[in-house]
Ligand binder design. Structure first.
Ligand SMILES: NC(=O)c1ccc[n+]([C@@H]2O[C@H](COP(=O)([O-])OP(=O)(O)OC[C@H]3O[C@@H](n4cnc5c(N)ncnc54)[C@H](O)[C@@H]3O)[C@@H](O)[C@H]2O)c1
Length: 386
């Protein structure tokens, strides 16, 4: 028996489109899903953008006011894909209105915001899923399984990197992302949030850390019109960049392993260079998002000159089988969001969590807050165990 579930999307930029397409595709890949999402409403503040989305993707209604979505009884689940400063207000309001929540990372501007949304979701008894999509990659799940089974021995250290050039252009518009009030932190919330989640997903709790941050492009042009994504604003009036372009961080895990996390949004020559290298006493495993379906694995007891192999993930790894029949057929970024949609809808259908939850967002936000404190004070900052 398949029930219809009315869904809405709030904020129709890049992520709004990707969530919408994931709802549209999810049953193609997961026909066993007990819920069929129906695109009931889209809310977007830029005039005309919601109507355009409704026309193109088939939402039954369009509005500029997300409060209409909160009040709409047809809507049972909501994707919050608006800028970070709205996550708390919209997330809490939707949960209080009894809507299940699929909300983008970093879930607000601070750990307090993430906790407020998590508390509202728990109080309302609805389900909450967070957009930590990189942990959904079958290769990342395979790496986690390999590490957990002792396949590379005891983990000694890890390097996690998230380098991007999306903000490298000096004429990149001064959008909400660069303002404290609307974006919160800079590359911490935008990219290091994914790194913090991957670190914990792969290796468990981070016990303490110390971080350094920097702004490399201190001024940008204010946008001359509505923006989405990473638009240029040539000729716009200049304004200050209020949050960090770069972070480097030393990590100590509760397990005793050590780590380095580095993230930058202005890395010329780096396009989504995201990944990790995990080293253990008997081997290593590494992953590069740009070769999303591969792992480099070294394992055995040779220690010195031990070979490294490329492993193509296949139907036995994570959710790969829902997308491709055999190893070597590539999955892509949007597929990770289809997996996220599946886990969100399954958690609603079965009343228990699947995939990244708001508790994960709270832990991730605590790590980011600790990085910000450390960068400010120059000290090591301890984190509570989860
Ligand atoms: N998981 C990922 O890999 C990933 C990637 C990119 C962005 N994100 C997250 O997704 C969120 C959105 O990012 P994006 O890249 O789609 O940004 P974007 O700027 O492309 O889109 C945001 C949209 O929200 C709209 N908006 C602003 N105020 C609104 C309001 N009051 N009501 C309704 N709509 C409103 C904007 O007009 C815009 O269309 C951010 O929190 C970001 O951190 C996650």
């Amino acid at each position: 028996m398949v029930d219809a579930l009315g869904v809405a999307v709030v904020g129709f930029g890049w992520m709004g489109r990707v969530h919408t397409q994931a709802y549209a595709r999810v049953r193609h890949h997961y026909p066993q899903l007990a819920l069929r999402p129906e695109l009931v409403a889209v809310a977007e503040e830029v005039p005309g953008r919601a109507e355009e989305a409704a026309e193109r993707f088939g939402f039954a209604s369009a509005t500029r006011d997300w409060r209409e979505v909160a009040a709409d009884p047809r809507v049972r689940a909501v994707s919050v894909t608006a800028p970070n400063f709205l996550h708390r207000e919209i997330g809490v309001a939707m949960a209080e209105a009894g809507k299940h929540l699929w909300i983008e990372k970093p879930v607000g501007l601070t750990g307090d915001d993430a906790r407020a949304v998590a508390d509202a979701v728990a109080k309302a008894g609805v389900r909450g899923t967070v957009g930590f999509n990189y942990r959904n990659a079958p290769a990342v799940e395979a790496a986690r399984d390999l590490i957990a089974s002792g396949g590379i021995g005891t983990v000694t250290h890890v390097r996690i990197r998230l380098f991007s050039d999306y903000a490298a252009h000096p004429e990149g518009a001064l959008t909400w992302r660069y303002e404290r009030e609307r974006g919160g932190s800079g590359v911490l919330g935008d990219l290091a949030s994914h790194g913090a989640d991957l670190a914990r997903f792969l290796l468990g709790d981070i016990a303490s850390l110390t971080a350094d941050t920097a702004v490399f492009v201190p001024e940008r042009a204010r946008p001359t019109g509505a923006t989405a994504g990473h638009a240029l604003a040539s000729g716009g009036e200049p304004g200050p960049v209020e949050n960090e372009d770069y972070v480097s961080c030393l990590l100590r895990f509760a397990s005793g392993a050590r780590g380095v996390l580095e993230a930058c949004r202005v890395s010329v020559g780096e396009q989504n260079n995201y990944g990790f290298e995990v080293h253990g006493t008997r081997g290593a495993v590494s992953w590069d998002f740009r070769r999303m379906n591969e792992l480099a694995v070294s394992r055995g007891t040779t220690y010195q000159d031990q070979p490294v192999s490329t492993v193509y993930v296949g139907p036995g790894d994570g959710e790969f089988a829902a997308f491709q029949p055999g190893a070597g057929n590539a999955m892509g970024y949007d597929d990770l969001k289809v997996i996220e949609a599946y886990r969100f809808l399954r958690s609603i259908a079965e009343g228990r969590p699947y995939g990244a939850t708001l508790a994960d967002a709270v832990h991730g936000a605590a790590v980011l807050d600790a990085m910000a404190v450390s960068a400010e004070t120059g000290t090591w900052v301890s984190l509570p165990a989860s």
